[in-house]
Design a binder for this molecule. Structure first.
Ligand code: PXG
Length: 439
């Protein structure tokens, strides 16, 4: 029997997620190990991780504190029931997250993924209004091009057509704000885009159309990651906050990508200076090591549930693995690592260097826009006529062969390196991308 898993295994058995399965299996890219900024493939190649896995390995791979904490925890308390039962690390983690979260987001609900964090926040929004005597507020507002995971609530409020079109009628009572992607006016922007604050007034249009008293919540990514790094226009998030507050509508920031230092601050809410009523997170919470998500919830929302007889369950929602002890240990160690290695500050310190490196790609063949925020960057390419996505995917494959892992979405190349990246590694990564674009 060969020791090469690519040969030993029947590749057909595994139906891979969000993957062109047949193409992949003809020429698999298999990872055997990872440390710091690098993967090692099954054939021994070193590949730089330009995307922190799927935007989650913020402290780099195999961060020693996290590895140790997981090993220790699994031997000590592997599992504890999550309903009507607790263990100290779940309470400790919730307190730490409440401290980290902006404003009065003082309560935390644990999930196992970003998709589950989104479902949790949407359900809490509906149940909150009901608890407050406004049961008519059932409508949920998302945004075109939004990505909120793959469960039914998330794809209903989400705005990426391929994630919606195959799955029936989704949730009813959902509407969408217009997206803010405007490369004509906003090309080569950093942090926020210059034009488009008026798009926040689209919420006023939906309020006029449906009636504020029917709307429970608005959910947006402060910076839309999956759709290809779409930056909020200057003043846009602040205006959404004003309108939602004025009309008693909850504002949810989906920070599955932007939380835990990706933008050089703990949360995108801090980076953009706008406080929502709930924040959904996952990914960087455990550095990607153990699946876990967390929803940060305001005291106002939480306290509305804490009425009625004390023996009653206040929220009929939760998961077998909510606050799993091994996940909590990984998350606590990830938060320790972020703090002790000052990784959020590190990301903030690298933001200008990163943007300069990204903008050096301006003028290369087919590049039509470059966008950056924190340690996120995207290059938007002119599609090959009649073959959308091909140009970006071919560029990705060339970069992989040269030793860098990137992400593509449509004809956009996205990068989000671990926050431990060195300046010299930024040069290498951007150099590989430049060669791959020029080829
Ligand atoms: N919300 C947002 C904003 C996300 O970015 C999810 C929810 C769902 O998280 P889970 O853990 O259920 O996958 C996400 C996930 C990419 C990419 O390269 C982005 C995500 C996942 C995988 C790939 O664009 N975002």
């Amino acid at each position: 029997m060969t020791s090469d898993p690519a040969r030993r295994n029947d590749l057909g058995a595994y139906w891979m997620p969000f993957t062109s399965n047949r193409q992949f299996k003809q020429s698999p890219r298999m990872i055997a190990a990872a440390e710091g900024m690098y993967y090692t493939t099954t054939d021994g190649q070193k590949v730089m991780d330009g995307t922190a896995g799927l935007w989650c390995v913020n402290a780099g791979h195999a961060a020693p504190r996290i590895t140790e904490a997981v090993q220790k925890q699994v031997a000590e308390l592997d599992y504890a029931p999550a309903f009507q039962m607790g263990h100290p690390k779940a309470f400790e983690l919730a307190s730490r997250l409440a401290e980290l979260a902006p404003g009065d987001l003082n309560h935390v609900f644990f999930t196992n993924s970003g998709s589950e964090s989104v479902e949790t926040a949407l359900k809490i929004a509906l149940a909150y209004h009901k608890a407050k005597g406004e049961a008519g507020r059932t409508r949920l507002i998302g945004r075109e091009k939004g990505y909120h995971g793959v469960n039914f609530g998330g794809i209903a409020v989400g705005g990426i057509v391929n994630n919606r079109r195959h799955f029936g009628s989704l949730l009813t009572g959902v509407d969408h704000l217009r997206h803010t992607h405007d490369p004509e006016r906003n090309a080569y922007s950093q942090g926020e885009a210059e034009h488009g604050v008026e798009l926040a007034e689209d919420l006023v249009r939906l309020i006029d159309l449906h009636g504020a008293e029917t709307i429970a919540a608005v959910i947006v990514e402060p910076m839309a990651g999956s759709a290809g790094v779409i930056l909020p226009p200057k003043g846009y998030l602040k205006r959404l906050r004003e309108i939602t507050r004025e009309h008693g509508i909850l504002l949810i920031f989906d920070e599955v990508i932007t939380a835990y230092g990706r933008l050089g601050r703990a949360f995108g809410a801090d980076y953009y200076g706008v406080e929502p009523d709930m924040i959904t997170t996952a990914k960087g919470l455990t550095n990607g090591v153990i699946p876990m998500g967390a929803v940060m919830i305001s005291s106002e929302i939480h306290d509305a549930f804490m009425t009625g007889p004390e023996h009653m369950i206040e929220l009929f929602h939760g998961y077998t693995y909510s606050g799993n002890p091994v996940a909590c240990a990984a998350a606590l160690a990830a938060l320790d690592t972020y703090r002790e290695e000052e990784l959020f500050e590190r990301a903030a310190g690298l933001e200008a260097y990163w943007a300069e490196a990204m903008f050096s790609l301006k003028g290369l063949p087919h590049v039509k826009d470059i966008r950056c925020a924190g340690l996120v960057g995207a290059v938007e390419l002119e599609p090959v006529a009649g073959q959308p996505t091909k140009r970006a995917f071919d560029t990705y494959l060339r970069a992989w062969d040269k030793g860098a892992h990137l992400r593509t979405t449509g004809d956009i190349i996205a990068m989000s390196p671990p926050l431990i990246i060195e300046k010299s590694e930024i040069d290498t990564l951007i150099g590989i991308l430049a060669e791959s674009l020029s080829a």
